[in-house]
Design a binder for this molecule. Structure first.
Ligand SMILES: *Cc1c(COP(=O)(O)O)cnc(C)c1O
Length: 427
């Protein structure tokens, strides 16, 4: 496969951007080699700058649940943008997207649109702090919540730890307000609440952690979090930027039937455009400005083009059988790969239309410390072998894959035989 044009574009990009990219994981650092520059996408396929075709399971890291350049999304975007791209004044499209979401989701009563998942989480944290008048937040090692200062905090040594920033530029005074505990560990959460219960504004979790492998949590653990938050008057935040509209229209909250206090959304909600949202009960949302004292704003928030894309995409998601179809196809793909798998360490974990290729002896992985960093060398080899076979995935073994509505039976069968060939290189 010729990658010369991608390579040349990357050399130029390195003069413009740190590491040649505008978001770090795109840089192929964890799989080696240079990133592919994409030229176009349609349905399940993408074409790189050298004209190579791939079946895409990155799907822009999750947003493209209908695949690339979906006609219904494009038509509504096209019609909308010709009437103006942004007004900084309200438009009816914001009402339409909100109504579509709220009338089909019993877990939130009001919401606020923002422009990214990070912004949604950042605002939700501020809202939780403003509502509870408390400062500390509790997060889980292995969950990603965007590049919010207070959440760029990693676990130290010990079960319940504070204040180890995972990024330069985050002041200790900020990370000192964040408590980090392992996933799937009730004891650690109890210990944190025993020491700091009356200071904890919120517990934030990806109910389906999918940014550090797919670290599936039990319903019982999430119910336990619900109960302990209620007991201590802390808010439970489900960060559903990936799982929202992915596991079903009501996301993980609906899948587990657990009501968090605040939910954050991103990715799918914008139909491939920059949209995020946070939602909660009226009581909590009415704390947000201009109604309440928690300030939050955005010049391009709720802009009509992004709203149109969201409306078109979510309308498709609401059609009967949509999620069942996605799940059926994902199961077909996962079983198909398992059937041709000749490499004993490769396991595929999946839920709904999310899947993760892990290299492990373990039957289950529910905590980040159960991921063996050395296993990433296998992923690296498999990754490049799959590219050669015409399969594109997110370039890191810690990232999950996504099946979209556009992936056809033929695509899935092709992918299974691509795996069969690629796995030979691992043996
Ligand atoms: C992607 C993601 C974010 C950040 O969203 P951006 O749009 O990249 O800012 C936050 N939380 C979760 C769970 C995510 O998957």
């Amino acid at each position: 496969m010729d990658h010369s044009r991608s390579n040349a574009l990357f050399e130029t990009a390195k003069q413009f951007f740190p590491g040649g990219v505008n978001s770090p994981v795109r840089a192929f650092k964890s799989v080696g080699g240079n990133p592919l520059f994409m030229e176009r996408g349609k349905g399940s396929k993408v074409w790189d700058a050298d004209g190579n075709q791939y079946i895409d399971y990155c799907c822009s890291w999750g947003p493209l649940i209908l695949g690339h350049a979906n006609d219904k999304v494009l038509d509504l975007v096209d019609k909308t943008m010709r009437k103006g791209t942004s007004f900084g004044a309200p438009t009816e499209l914001e009402n339409q997207l909100a109504a579509l979401i709220l009338s089909n989701n019993p877990f939130i009563k009001k919401l606020r649109f923002v422009s990214s998942g990070t912004e949604a989480v950042m605002s939700a944290i501020r809202l939780a702090r403003g509502f509870t008048k408390r400062n500390k937040i509790l997060k889980f090692e292995g969950c990603y919540h965007g590049h919010v200062d207070a959440l760029l905090v990693k676990a130290g040594s010990g079960l319940v730890t504070f204040g180890n920033s995972s990024s330069a530029g985050v002041p200790e005074s900020v990370s000192a307000e964040t408590i980090t505990v392992p996933l799937n560990n009730k004891g650690a959460v109890v210990e944190a609440f025993t020491h700091f219960g009356d200071q904890i504004a919120c517990v934030i979790i990806e109910p389906v952690p999918a940014n550090n492998g797919l670290l599936l949590q039990s319903k019982e653990f999430l119910e336990f979090l619900r109960a302990i938050c209620t007991q201590h008057k802390s808010l439970l935040i489900f960060d559903e930027v990936i799982s929202g509209f992915r596991l079903g229209f009501t996301g993980a909250a609906g899948h587990f039937n657990i009501a968090p206090d605040i939910i954050t959304y991103g990715k799918i909600i914008g139909g491939g455009f920059p949209v995020g949202a946070y939602g909660a009960s009226e009581d909590i949302m009415n704390c947000v400005s201009p109604m309440g004292p928690v300030y939050q704003a955005g010049t391009l928030s709720g802009n009509p083009v992004a709203m149109a894309a969201g409306i078109a995409q979510l309308s498709e998601c609401l059609k009967p059988g949509f999620y069942e179809g996605l799940e059926k196809n994902t199961t077909y793909l996962v079983h198909g790969i398992q059937n041709v798998n000749t490499f004993p360490l490769l396991k595929i974990f999946s839920l709904g239309s999310i899947f993760w290729l892990a290299f492990t002896n373990k039957e289950n992985i529910s905590q980040s410390e159960d991921i063996d960093p050395n296993s990433m060398t296998y992923f690296k080899t498999l990754y490049h072998a799959l590219l050669e076979e015409g399969i594109y995935m997110g370039p890191s073994g810690y990232e999950v894959g996504f099946v979209s509505e556009a992936h056809s039976q033929n695509d899935l069968d092709q992918t299974i035989s691509a795996f069969k060939n690629a796995l030979k290189k691992l043996a």
